[in-house]
Design a binder for this molecule. Structure first.
Ligand SMILES: Nc1ccn([C@@H]2O[C@H](COP(=O)(O)O)[C@@H](O)[C@H]2O)c(=O)n1
Ligand SMILES: O=P(O)(O)OC[C@H](O)CO
Length: 301
């Protein structure tokens, strides 16, 4: 969106309710800058922690403090596993998040699984399930033991659902399990490469908003569930680094946030989503553009 949006003026025309922060693909490592596999995109491994610090400082001083921040996955880079610095790097990032004055909800991306086992993650500070709603659960909606997901209500009538993008994947799954075999079968059937060493595709689920290589394997199932519930207004993801956006035919907004790891030192990559009675407005910083995401008509009362 070319025009810069001002949350203060937006408040005059519709009722402002609350806001929340979003940030994706920090991919911190104590390393010199590098590139993606194609050599086409620069990655700022050390700078990413400074970008996170900058984002936190801005959220902390916003006139209306965000109710929480959503960290959309890939908090440290896979290179840490190679250099045996996974725990140290995670600690640095978590110490930085300590400066944030509001709760942060962590999702898990592919780089979490390059660095840690699922068991490790469950027992780490990246497990923020303790922030879930303390409401009585319907037995049929309680996730299975190995599924990291929960939901919470930061403001009346707005429920956020944090999903486990690696439910269907060979990442983070015990190689002796039937599920691993099932996922290997899917890979063999759909991946033309002989070597199955670079599994891709996690959080985004809508093809128009993302490079197809970045989509969750079960994106069709996810869309079917979302489309069968009229109340879903927005699906927020990371992973693509380049960002993406599309409104699907059911009026659901698919927002893939630009990654911190590819934000140059003189830029930034985070945002604050201002939630109104009739829309959500993303106020982006640096690489993240502003966006207005209107609710579908049937949700307006
Ligand atoms: N030029 C590169 C880029 C990455 N790697 C390693 O692969 C991991 C995953 O790469 P993504 O592009 O999917 O982020 C990355 O963390 C590095 O370990 C590499 O060797 N050379
Ligand atoms: O999350 P990464 O670093 O594995 O990369 C995802 C996409 O390939 C970036 O374009």
């Amino acid at each position: 969106m070319a025009e810069k949006l001002d949350p203060e003026t937006m408040r005059d025309s519709s009722e402002w309710l609350f806001s929340f922060g979003v940030i994706a693909d920090i991919q911190y490592a104590d390393l010199e800058d590098g590139y993606n596999y194609q050599g086409s995109r620069r990655r700022y491994y050390r700078q990413s922690l400074l970008h996170l610090t900058g984002a936190i400082e801005e959220w902390n001083k916003e006139s209306s403090m965000p109710c929480c921040v959503l960290q959309l996955g890939d908090v440290i880079d896979g290179y840490n596993a190679q250099y045996k610095t996974s725990e140290k790097s995670l600690e640095r990032v978590m110490n930085t998040f300590q400066m944030l004055k509001v709760p942060v909800h962590h999702t898990w991306g592919n780089h979490e699984f390059y660095n840690f086992s699922r068991d490790y993650l469950i027992n780490s500070k990246l497990n923020t399930k303790f922030l879930e709603d303390r409401i009585a659960h319907h037995p049929e909606t309680v996730p299975s033991e190995n599924y990291y997901a929960y939901h919470f209500v930061p403001f009346p009538k707005f429920r956020f659902i944090l999903l486990d993008s690696y439910d269907l994947s060979i990442l983070g799954i015990d190689q002796s399990s039937p599920k691993y075999q099932q996922c290997m079968k899917i890979l063999r059937e759909h991946n033309p490469n002989k070597e199955l060493n670079s599994p891709k595709g996690h959080i985004p689920i809508y093809p128009e908003a993302s490079d197809t290589v970045c989509l969750a394997w079960n994106y069709r199932d996810a869309l079917a569930v979302i489309w069968s519930h009229k109340c879903v207004v927005c699906f927020i993801a990371g992973h693509t680094h380049d960002g993406g956006y599309s409104e699907d035919p059911f009026g659901v907004h698919h927002l893939d946030l630009e990654g911190v790891i590819e934000a140059a030192p003189d830029s930034q990559a985070f945002g604050t989503v201002h939630v109104y009675s009739d829309k959500m407005m993303l106020k982006g910083r640096g690489r993240v553009p502003d966006r207005i995401m209107n609710y579908k008509k049937e949700l307006l009362v």
